[in-house]
Design a protein around this ligand. Sequence first.
Ligand code: 3HC
Ligand code: NAI
Length: 688
Amino acid sequence: MGSVGSFAIEDSIAIITIDSPPVNALGFAVRQTLDESFRRAASDDAVKAIVLICAGRTFFAGADISEFGKPKQDPDLLAVLDTIESGAKPVIAAIHGTALGGGYELALVCHYRIAVPSAKVGLPEVHLGLLPGAGGTQRLPRIVGAAAALDIMVSGTPVPAKKALALGMIDALAEEGRLREDAIAFARKVLADGQPLSRVRDRQDKVDPDKGNTTLFDDFRRKNARVMRGFRAPASIVQAVEAAVELPFHQGMARERALFHELHDSIESAAQRSTFFAERQTVRIPDVPASTETIPIRTVGVIGAGTMGGGIAMNFLNAGLPVTLVETSQEALDRGIGVIRRNYENTAKKGRITQEQVEQRMALITPALGLEALAQVDLVIEAVFEQMAIKKEVFAKLDGIAKPGAILASNTSYLDLDQIAAATSRPEWVIGMHFFSPANVMRLLEVVRGQKTSNEVIATAMGLAKKIAKVPVLSRVCHGFIANRVMTRRGEQANAIVLEGPTPQEIDKAITDYGFAMGPFQMMDLVGLDVIGRDDTERSVRGDLVKLDRLGQKKNGGYYDYDEARKATPSPVAASIIADFAQSKGIADTGPQSAEEIVARLLYPVVNEGAKVLEEGIAIRASDIDVACILGYNWPVYTGGPMFWADTVGLPKIVAKLEELAAHHGEAFRPAKLLKERAASGGSFTRA
Ligand code: 3HC
Ligand code: NAI
C-alpha cells in the first residue's frame, strides 16, 4: 500500500482514504497510492463497491502544481483515472472541502459523487493559465451541457455543493460531519439497486443537442471577449468544449491533451503558476518566524470615513468584525455610512448577498464623532487626509486613548511611518496597513513595518489579511512603499513621452495591448485630473488642462473628449495644449515610435525601481513586488508582474535599453546595481 493512504473493507465496501496534507494534491505518492488501492479493490472478491474519501481539510485540490515543468513520474494522472473508470465495481467519490481541478476530474471518473453541503467543486485551471487536462473539458459538458460547462471552466469559480447538485455535478448531498457513513450508505444502496454501471464518458444526452450549434460558442466568445482578452487558456477551453460536443469521446480527449500541452508550455501559464505560489509566499518573513504569537483582533476602529475609510471598514464588516467608525462631523459620518450602505445594496441587487446580510453588516458599525470611542478596540486603522501634521496629531491623541496592546495602523500612501509612530509613546505597536482603492475590492494589503514595529504586530497584520480576503505584502518604510513607488515610474514616463511625439491614445493603446485594463491617461481622466497630484508645484500638461476645467470624465474632457455615454475620442484641445507645452520646453519629437518602444520606456523603469526596492531591502523578494503590482495595480497576471516579466524579456536587454535612455535622458534611468549584477551573471529575479 502506498505511503499516503489507508485501505479498509467494511461489509463488502472498500474505503480508500487518502491523507496527503496540506490539500491532498495529486502528486506522485498520491497517484501511486490510488493506483495500488484501486487495483487491490478490483482484485479482491470480497469488495463489491468502493468509497474514495480524503482525510484532512479537503478532497483532492488538483494536480500537484509544484510538479509542473519537472520530469514526469508514472503512474500519470490519466492512467490512474482510467484504472478507476474502467473498473467493474461502483466507485463513490465522497467530497468535503474543495474538489478542484484534477481532484474534481478524479471525481468525474467515479460512478457517483456525494458531497457535504459545505463542499465546493470546480475546475479552476484557467487561473493557472491551463485547461482541465484530465478529461474535465470532455466530461463536464456531458453532465451539465456545453453552456454551463463553459461558464464553470472559463470563470474557474468553484460551485457550492447545493448548486452542484442542482446542476448534476454531484449526485447526492451527505450530512455535514457524516460524509463517510453517508457515502457507505450510498454505496449500499447502489449495490441494492443493482443498476448497471454508468460512466460519464458514455453519456451523450447533454451534448448531442448542441451538435452543429456554432452560435453557442461564437456568442460565448463574443460575450466574454473582455475578460478573456490577453489570456490564452479561456479560448482553448472553448475549443475543447466544442470538441466535446462535436467529436467522439476519445478524439475529444486527444484534442484536450494537445491544447493542454500548448498551454502548459506557454509563458502565460508559467507566469500564472508562479503567481499562485508567489501569493502564498508573501507571509514568509525571514526574521519573523511563523511561530510568532499573534494578537487576537475582535474589534476594529477606523478613523476617517472617506474614500478609503469606508472601504477599509467594509472588509472587516464582511468578515463579521464590529467596526467603530470615527469622523469629525455628523455630516461626514452620515455620508461615509451612506456610501457603505449603497455599496452593500448594490451587491445585494446583483444577488451576491442577501438583504438580511446587508442589515447584519450595517448593524456591526458603531458611528462616533471622537477618538474616545476607540478606547477598547483591538486595532485602529487611520485613514484621514494625507498630511503629516494631521496624522501626527491623530496618533498623539490616539496614544492617550487606545488601550495598551491595541495595534495602531495607518493607511498612509506615501508618508514616513516612523515619524507617525514617533508621535506616540508606543512605536512598536504602530504599523502601516496600506489598502488599495477601492479598498473593499482590491486584494492587496501592503503591511508596512516601521523601524520599531514589533514582530507580534507584524505577524498579526499579516495573518489578519487572510481573514479579510487580502494578500499581504510586507514593505519597509520608503516613499510610496512597494506598489506606488514602482508604478509611479510608469506614470512619470507616460507624462514625459506624451511631450516627445506619441499621443495619449497611442500610449494608452500600447499599455492596454500589453494587458492593463486602462492606460495612464484613461486612468487619470477617470480619477480626475484635479485629484491626481494635487500638490504639484511645477507647471504641467495636467495643470494646464485643469486650468481649462478639463478635469477628466466628470467634465466630459481631460486628455480625451467624452460624449454623454462617456465614450472617449482624441481631443484636439488636449493635443494643442500638449504641443504648446512641448514647444515651450523645447522638447523635440524624438520619443518612442512603436508600441514595443512605448512599453519599454514605461515599464523598464518600473523593473529598475523594483530592483532598487529589492536592493534596499524594502521588499523581501522579487515575487512580492510582482504580487503587489498584480493585486494593487491590476498588472496583467499572465505576464507574471514586472520582475517575472523582466526575466522573460531578458535582463541584459533591459539593462542595455536603460543605459541608452540614461545617456539621452539622464541618470534617473541608470540601471540599479542589482539589475546589472543579475544581468551580467546570467541570473534572474524570479527563477530558482
Ligand atoms: N498543488 C500543489 N500545492 C498546492 C496545490 C496544488 N494543486 N493547492 C494548494 N497547494 C499548496 C499551497 O501552495 C499551500 O502551500 P504552502 O502552505 O506551502 O504555502 C498549501 O497547499 C495550502 O494552500 P492554501 O494556502 O491555498 O490553502 P487554502 O485552504 O486557503 O486553499 C485550496 C485551499 C482552495 C485548495 C487552494 O489551495 C487552491 O485553490 N489550490 C489550487 C487548486 C487548483 O488550482 N487546482 C488545479 C490544479 S491544476 C490541475 O489540476 C491540472 C489538471 O487539470 C490536470
Ligand atoms: P478622503 O479625503 O476621501 O477621506 C478622509 C476622511 O478623513 C474625510 O472624510 C475626513 O473628514 C476624515 N478626517 C480628517 N481628519 C480626521 C480626523 N482627525 N478624525 C476623523 N476623521 C478625519 O481621503 P482618502 O482618499 O480616503 O485617503 C485617506 C488616507 O488613505 C490618506 O492617507 C491617503 O493617502 C490614503 N490612501 C488613499 C488612497 C486613494 O486611492 N484614495 C489609496 C490608498 C491610501
